[in-house]
Design a protein around this ligand. Structure first.
Ligand code: NAD
Length: 496
């Protein structure tokens, strides 16, 4: 499909950009120019929020039956399903995600997200009578208002749809500011939204940088900000929202621990970590980048990990065989390389990969933003490579003594997003999982469900996405008391 790279989708209409500012979109594989995309500025954001505000305050969208909104969102889900391969190809070409992952874990996950949200909206009691200590009252759920959504580039469609779908189902209007590092997939989604035809003003999708993001966050017309990105930017956004008392949810970084217990089947474990630790080239917020290994089996764990990592197929993200592609851009590659040097400087031992091996000497990965998949051994949990989010194919293996020590180390992090436990003993896994201060824990696997709450503790953010809990983030509660019981019954219906 031809993407409208010189326009923004504002309130459902394709609108020429107000300036000639552009993003040059380059392939992270070989640097060739894929496209040029209009960059939204603060005036574009202002226009988008203006029409969203009118649509919310005066339009039908928040007031129509929830089932009618669900029908339109359902049509968008259907339309989406017919372009999965095109979407997967676009994502891989612009952010370097291996095409096998883009098919499964990027574009392929979006229909599941839609289903989770549609089911949650269908089950939502938008108004319900509640027996209280002061008699029967009415609990009403209504849209939070105009939403400003700001997203990262690593799983760009998941991040947008996890905000767009619940916002629309709840009756919000929404302005999405997509990442300048993954603009093309956002434009394809905008094309689908345009085709489905939401009421005027309800949906805007623009691509912009930090300035556009700041304008959206601080805009007086925005009732809720939904952000996914780094903890540093999340902190800034949450503080602006705090000052303005704008509702906000922030989904941020992670440094999740994979805890290998002493009874684990190592072959199965390292096979599982190929995904859990290295998914999306390690550019995943919930990647298990701290591997906690029992001291009694530490050398075996490192050896098994090295053997596994040495077989990764590194190369062109659009090649079906590729398991590790390039990082998204040079800035990200430089950042990861810097962490490889930091690790060595701190005394971590390069078991495979590392700063010397980065930028492979031959093969398809000689050009582009490649970093050799790396395992650091002899890592102390206090080291920067164990505490800071690297966002690349780099794991740190940390020894521990006993399950209590493993839990202590796993929790010794400013983050608390994901985690996994690898063991033959389900009871030990259950007991350990209950000690972890983190949002999502897999046992002998890692793959959160698209209808269970996704999000984390501490610096990993505030709020949850996906399914019923994700939908609740776009809902405000009103209690109405003093109504006669027959009126409460009369107005209690599943749609507002
Ligand atoms: P980032 O914080 O640099 O940027 C995220 C978005 O915020 C982009 O759209 C960017 O243009 C915008 N932005 C930048 N500065 C802003 C500001 N001051 N005000 C408003 N908007 C601003 O993050 P990134 O590099 O795009 O993404 C990587 C980060 O995202 C990692 O830390 C990763 O862990 C995190 N992430 C978290 C989740 C999750 O669900 N918890 C999922 C994916 C990615």
């Amino acid at each position: 499909m031809n993407l409208r790279t010189t326009e923004h989708l504002i309130g459902g209409r394709w609108t020429p950009a107000t300036t000639t500012d552009q993003i040059v979109v380059r392939s992270p594989h070989d640097g060739h120019v894929l496209d040029r995309v209009a960059l939204a500025n603060t005036a574009d954001i202002d226009r988008a929020v203006g029409v969203a505000r009118s649509a919310f305050d005066q339009g039908d969208w928040p007031r129509m039956p929830a089932s009618e909104r669900a029908a339109l969102v359902g049509r968008l889900a259907q339309r989406y399903g017919s372009s999965l391969e095109e979407m997967a190809q676009l994502i891989s070409s612009e952010n370097g995600s291996p095409i096998s992952f883009s098919r499964l874990g990027q574009a392929g996950a979006v229909p599941l997200l839609f289903t989770g949200f549609l089911d949650a909206a269908g089950a939502m009691a938008w108004e319900e009578p509640v027996e209280t200590m002061f008699g029967t009252q009415l609990l009403r759920r209504q849209a939070v208002g105009v939403v400003g959504a700001i997203t990262a580039w690593n799983v760009p469609q998941i991040l947008i749809v996890a905000k767009l779908a619940p916002a629309l189902l709840a009756g919000c209007s929404i302005v999405v500011k997509a990442s300048p590092d993954a603009p093309l997939d956002a434009l394809l989604l905008a094309e689908m939204v345009h085709e489905v035809g939401f009421p005027s003003g309800v949906v805007s999708i623009v691509v912009g940088g930090a300035a556009a993001g700041r304008a959206l966050v601080d805009h007086a017309g925005v009732d809720k900000v939904a952000f996914t990105g780094s903890s540093a930017v999340g902190r800034e956004i949450a503080s602006v929202c705090g000052r303005n008392l704008t509702r906000c949810s922030v989904e941020l970084g992670g440094k999740s621990a994979a805890i290998i217990l002493d009874d684990a089947d190592l072959d199965r474990t390292v096979a599982g970590l190929r995904f859990a630790s290295f998914m999306n080239n390690g550019q995943a917020c919930a990647a298990q980048t701290r591997v906690l290994a029992p001291r009694s089996r530490y050398d075996d764990v490192v050896e098994a990990l090295v053997a596994s990592v040495s077989t990764f197929v590194v190369g062109d993200p659009l090649d079906d065989a590729t398991e590790i592609g390039p990082l998204v851009n040079e800035r990200q590659r430089d950042r990861v390389e810097e962490y490889l040097r930091i690790g060595v400087g701190e005394g971590a031992v390069v078991a495979i990969g590392g700063p010397a091996a980065t930028r492979p000497a031959d093969g398809p990965a000689t050009t582009g933003c490649y970093v050799a998949p790396t395992v650091f051994a002899e890592v102390d949990n206090a080291m920067r490579v164990a505490q800071e989010e690297i966002f690349g194919p780099v794991v740190a293996v940390i020894p521990y003594d006993g399950d209590a020590d493993a839990a202590r180390l796993a929790n010794q992090s400013v983050y608390g997003l994901g985690g996994s436990i690898w063991t033959a003993d389900q009871d030990r896994a259950a007991a350990l999982a209950r000690r972890l201060r983190t949002g999502m824990i897999g046992v002998n696997q890692f793959g959160p469900s698209t209808d269970m709450p996704f999000g984390g503790f501490k610096a990993s953010g505030i709020g949850r996405e996906y399914g019923a809990h994700g939908l609740a983030e776009y809902v405000e509660l009103t209690t109405i008391h003093g109504l006669k019981a027959d009126r409460i019954q009369a107005s209690s219906r599943p749609t507002p």
